[in-house]
Write a protein that binds this ligand. Structure first.
Ligand SMILES: *[C@@H]1O[C@H](CO)[C@@H](O)[C@H](O)[C@H]1NC(C)=O
Ligand SMILES: *[C@@H]1O[C@H](CO)[C@@H](O)[C@H](O)[C@H]1NC(C)=O
Ligand SMILES: *[C@@H]1O[C@H](CO)[C@@H](O)[C@H](O)[C@H]1NC(C)=O
Ligand SMILES: *[C@@H]1O[C@H](CO)[C@@H](O)[C@H](O)[C@H]1NC(C)=O
Ligand SMILES: *[C@@H]1O[C@H](CO)[C@@H](O)[C@H](O)[C@H]1NC(C)=O
Ligand SMILES: *[C@@H]1O[C@H](CO)[C@@H](O)[C@H](O)[C@H]1NC(C)=O
Ligand SMILES: *[C@@H]1O[C@H](CO)[C@@H](O)[C@H](O)[C@H]1NC(C)=O
Ligand SMILES: *[C@@H]1O[C@H](CO)[C@@H](O)[C@H](O)[C@H]1NC(C)=O
Ligand SMILES: *[C@@H]1O[C@H](CO)[C@@H](O)[C@H](O)[C@H]1NC(C)=O
Ligand SMILES: *[C@@H]1O[C@H](CO)[C@@H](O)[C@H](O)[C@H]1NC(C)=O
Ligand SMILES: *[C@@H]1O[C@H](CO)[C@@H](O)[C@H](O)[C@H]1NC(C)=O
Ligand SMILES: *[C@@H]1O[C@H](CO)[C@@H](O)[C@H](O)[C@H]1NC(C)=O
Length: 853
């Protein structure tokens, strides 16, 4: 399918190219006909290259340059009977018009003539002596003559030989060798190319090509007065915004500052066996067209509109365009879309704004200092417009920029020197090769944290691993020696023993490992009463699965979360013990940590580390808080959950199936790292066990895999299913019920699947993270998510495969099969939209609720 569409696209592009070439050619072939006529004529007339007041040319006579490269005469375009006077390449079959005299005022019959007036000006007149065009120079003198040169230039000389007018100073839409496209900053005079209105109408169109000499010369195509295309600065040899200029231009191209206020671009052909010129098309494209002498066709060598990125300012201020990306526009590092909505809709013109103020700005406004700003290097880019130029050397360029708060970027390019920018950065483009290195000024906090972090993390991991290994070893020996023997008869109130025993009998049926609770610190109930201010209502964080959760402060200042089992809950007893058993066995940075427990009399309490940022659903489903989870954060949350799950499934000493993975069970620490919590329903598997059955289906509706919800079967793959739903929720930022799609009752899975089938998966992405730069990564995540929620458990990847897929270690993802539960289900479950603490984590679901496929 994709392949087919590719072919289609390439055929399509080829077709348009052919069409374009034909466009150029077709008007020539019309002219070619005319030329045939003139060739016939020339059987009788002698070829002349000069005319005088007495030797004029009448339609259809022509002037032929000495060497026969060019002709001047009357021509018509397409089906029109309008007659224009112009100059064209004279090769019979492929001639092409390069200059037109009476562009805006065609003759309507073939009575025209070109002559020299008594005052010495060139004139185009019709049979009634009406003037249609005049060279209109006041310095012309009587007895002038006009000669068509082999360069395609028509020159008007007075009888002393002084040139009073020449056509290359009044170009039409073509840029020929030796022509000068110039701008004079003193007089404001400009020589520009002007496009035709259409291929069949040579009158002045809306585009023009000229030089902008400000600071560093650049060539521009303007649409009216708006820039439409920009060459980038001239470095003495090439325009650095045209990375293919080196290879494509058969040089001789130069930009000259004549020191009299005029800057001009010109070129000469070094290789005379090639004809080459530039044409500004009616659509504003500059096309380099060439023909080898022996070859009978014109080809387009290069054009200025390779991609949408070549249109000036496509991505707005502080945006950068990369034609290889989809979508093509991104904000620069440290910037975010000004209007996120507009931006994600592909309206990029409003551009981007800075995320974090620069230190120099902050210092000014609030007096507070911070770490000094730095620069982020972008390689191979088309540098922005409006560069300032300074004398600084390569080393001094950045320093100079850093000193001046209004300097927001710099670039040093040999042949140009130090360029700096203030105000805004407009018309940036990322190339695959060529271009320049651009340094963008950013607040310290926006700079490449990743690399530092990586170093820190890897050092931490190495040190940490060693330390843990050593500690574990000693702990293990110590436990071996003392703990087992002594602890069993100490400390524990008798109650604990009972609970423990009950637990063993009731719950460990499918658990193989006996658990040593002795490894966990036991806390005094009194201490917890003090820490939570006697379980004061104000300290209540919410309602957990089997009882309320309170926030507490231990005397040392450590913050804790205390889960207190309600006395009434019988089922809670099981879950309490289960959680304690499971969680005391495991430790991982993506799993919430149990700090201790307390069993005294009727009281049963679990003590956890305190998570200041609550749970993922609090962020994800809140329209305001959602914004603070950018894509990087979300991705690291996804990875964190994945790693936690991998640990549960594979890497811990036990194999644990969580069975209740959902957004409200993902807690976030102060750095928004994800920690899986709530192991009340987790099951420990034996090492050879792959699957288990239960009559009591517990879990949260919507996150449950079909085989579990319907048949009570659970396995690693049912956790993978829940992970997939979670992943789709994280990417889309919505619960499955919070949207309408074509008035269909679709669940999140159904919606995602519909979009997938329509090749429109970007629609699913939360507007808050619709940063174009990550489009590909996000799409990949959705793809992985869909693989996780496939109906058949054996089709779903294992969590370790999922992690490899997310990190792109596995490059090629298989296409997903259709997920279950496409239609919105009639939810009668107890899942509420409140933050996790209000939720019951043991909402029981009966199989009959699940409606559709
Ligand atoms: C054409 O140019 C050649 C040399 O370039 C010269 O000898 C010849 O006289 C020219 N012919 C005309 C008609 O001007
Ligand atoms: C041609 O143009 C002239 C004026 O330029 C006008 O008088 C004449 O009627 C036109 N002829 C036709 C056939 O349109
Ligand atoms: C000729 O030039 C003068 C000024 O230089 C201008 O006013 C006049 O309109 C021009 N005539 C034509 C036919 O272009
Ligand atoms: C122009 O040519 C005519 C005839 O060829 C001659 O009489 C006249 O003097 C010439 N004028 C100038 C200014 O050379
Ligand atoms: C050129 O400018 C005109 C008027 O501003 C606008 O309507 C037109 O779309 C522009 N053309 C292109 C190709 O941008
Ligand atoms: C470039 O411009 C020409 C018209 O001048 C147009 O036909 C062609 O499709 C454009 N190419 C791209 C890649 O936009
Ligand atoms: C693009 O966004 C700007 C700024 O929000 C808005 O003014 C303009 O109307 C939008 N253009 C389109 C085509 O939506
Ligand atoms: C700093 O603030 C003062 C006034 O508050 C202002 O005049 C000055 O331009 C500011 N300087 C910079 C670099 O923004
Ligand atoms: C800072 O840069 C701006 C813009 O480039 C310039 O106008 C200003 O003079 C510079 N200030 C200093 C102190 O160099
Ligand atoms: C997360 O918690 C920390 C510590 O309470 C707080 O500083 C930070 O602002 C929170 N993050 C968000 C995004 O709310
Ligand atoms: C759909 O949303 C409801 C309400 O939030 C939730 O209970 C259910 O689990 C969700 N279903 C799926 C398939 O995500
Ligand atoms: C959720 O918990 C908060 C804080 O304890 C409480 O104010 C709110 O009423 C609870 N909501 C529900 C629906 O129980």
């Amino acid at each position: 399918m994709a392949y087919a569409s590719k072919i289609y696209i390439s055929i399509f592009t080829t077709a348009t190219i052919i069409q374009e070439v034909m466009e150029i050619i077709s008007l020539k072939s019309v002219i070619a006909l005319l030329l045939l006529l003139s060739v016939i004529c020339f059987g009788f007339c002698t070829a002349i290259d000069t005319m005088t007041s007495t030797r004029f040319i009448e339609d259809p006579e022509t002037l032929v340059s000495n060497g026969s490269a060019f002709k001047l005469g009357f021509f018509s375009l397409a089906d029109s009977t309008n007659r224009y006077v112009g100059i064209w390449y004279s090769t019979p079959s492929l001639s092409t018009v390069i200059w037109v005299a009476n562009r805006d005022k065609p003759l309507n019959d073939s009575s025209g003539l070109v002559t020299i007036s008594e005052d010495g000006n060139l004139l185009v007149m019709n049979g009634q002596k009406e003037i249609f065009w005049s060279s209109n120079v006041s310095t012309a003198a009587p007895n002038s003559s006009a000669q068509l040169l082999d360069s395609g230039n028509l020159v008007l000389r007075d009888n002393s030989g002084r040139i009073t007018w020449e056509s290359i100073q009044h170009p039409s839409h073509s840029f020929l060798p030796k022509m000068k496209i110039s701008t004079n900053t003193h007089t404001g005079e400009k020589v520009v190319l002007t496009s035709w209105k259409s291929p069949s109408d040579p009158s002045i169109g809306s585009f023009s090509l000229g030089m902008n000499p400000l600071n560093i010369p650049q060539a521009f195509v303007w649409n009216g007065s708006h820039p439409y295309w920009r060459s980038g600065p001239w470095n003495g040899q090439i325009f650095i915004g045209m990375p293919d200029m080196n290879s494509v231009y058969l040089n001789g191209f130069q930009v000259v500052d004549d020191k009299e206020g005029s800057v001009y671009a010109t070129f000469t052909m070094l290789n005379s066996s090639i004809l080459l010129y530039y044409v500004l098309t009616p659509q504003g494209t500059l096309a380099e067209t060439y023909r080898e002498y022996e070859k009978e066709e014109w080809r387009v060598y290069w054009r200025s509109n390779k991609s949408e990125c070549d249109v000036y300012g496509t991505c707005g201020a502080f945006g950068i365009c990369n034609s290889g990306n989809s979508p093509i526009c991104c904000c620069l590092r440290g910037y975010k879309p000004k209007y996120t909505e507009e931006w994600s809709r592909g309206n990029w013109t409003s551009g981007c704004v800075r995320k974090t103020p620069l230190q120099c700005e902050r210092t000014n406004s609030s007096g507070q200092q911070g770490k000094i700003d730095g620069f982020f290097r972008l390689t191979t880019v088309k540098v922005p417009d409006y560069a300032d130029w300074s004398l600084a050397h390569e080393d001094g360029c950045g320093e100079e920029c850093l000193k001046n708060c209004s300097c927001i970027a710099y670039s040093y390019y040999s042949g140009i020197g130090c360029m700096s920018w203030s105000g805004s950065l407009i018309d940036l483009q990322k190339f695959t090769k060529g271009g320049a290195d651009l340094y963008i000024r950013l607040a310290h906090s926006e700079l490449d944290k990743k690399r530092d972090m990586k170093v820190i993390i890897s050092v931490t991991i190495v040190i940490g691993t060693i330390a843990i290994a050593i500690c574990t070893y000693f702990l293990w020996r110590w436990i071996g020696r003392h703990a087992v023997k002594e602890k069993s008869k100490e400390i524990l109130p008798s109650d604990r023993g009972d609970a423990y025993q009950n637990y063993d009998m009731n719950m460990l049926g499918d658990n193989v490992n006996r658990v040593k609770l002795e490894e966990l610190p036991l806390l005094d109930f009194e201490k917890l009463v003090a820490a939570t201010n006697n379980f004061h209502e104000a300290n209540k964080l919410g309602q957990g699965g089997f009882g309320p959760v309170y926030r507490g402060n231990l005397p040392g200042g450590q913050e804790i979360a205390v889960k207190r089992l309600s006395r009434a809950s019988a089922q809670g007893q099981e879950e309490f013990m289960n959680e304690m058993i499971v969680i005391s066995k495991i430790q991982h940075r993506n799993l919430v940590r149990l700090l201790g427990f307390c069993i005294e009399g009727d009281e049963k309490l679990l003590i956890y580390e305190y998570m200041p940022n609550k749970s993922l659903d609090v962020f994800l489903f809140d329209p305001l808080k959602r914004e603070s989870l950018d894509w990087r954060r979300r991705f690291s949350i996804i990875e964190g959950i994945g790693r936690g799950l991998l640990y549960l499934h594979r890497d811990s000493r036990l194999r644990i199936i969580h069975r209740d993975l959902k957004a409200s069970n993902i807690l976030l620490d102060e750095d928004l790292n994800a920690k899986i919590s709530d192991f009340g329903m987790a099951r420990i598997f034996g090492s050879n066990q792959d699957q288990a059955n239960t009559k009591r289906v517990v879990g949260t509706y919507g996150y449950m895999s079909p085989e579990y919800a319907m048949g009570g079967q659970f396995s690693e793959k049912s956790d993978v299913f829940s992970f997939g739903v979670l992943l789709l929720e994280i990417v889309s930022g919505r619960r499955n019920t919070s949207f309408q799609y074509d008035d269909q009752d679709l669940s999140l899975l159904g919606y995602a699947w519909t979009l997938w089938c329509e090749h429109n998966i970007q629609e699913l992405i939360d507007g808050a993270i619709a940063d174009a730069c990550f489009q590909e990564e996000i799409s990949r995540c959705i793809h992985v998510g869909l693989l996780c929620v496939q109906e058949s458990a054996k089709d779903r990847p294992s969590i370790s495969t999922v992690l490899s897929m997310l990190s792109s270690e596995i490059a090629h993802l298989p296409p997903p099969k259709q997920p279950p539960f496409l239609e919105k289900q009639i939810a009668i479950d107890t899942e509420s939209s409140q933050p996790r603490q209000n939720e019951s984590s043991s909402n029981q679901v009966t199989v009959t609720i699940i409606q559709g496929r």
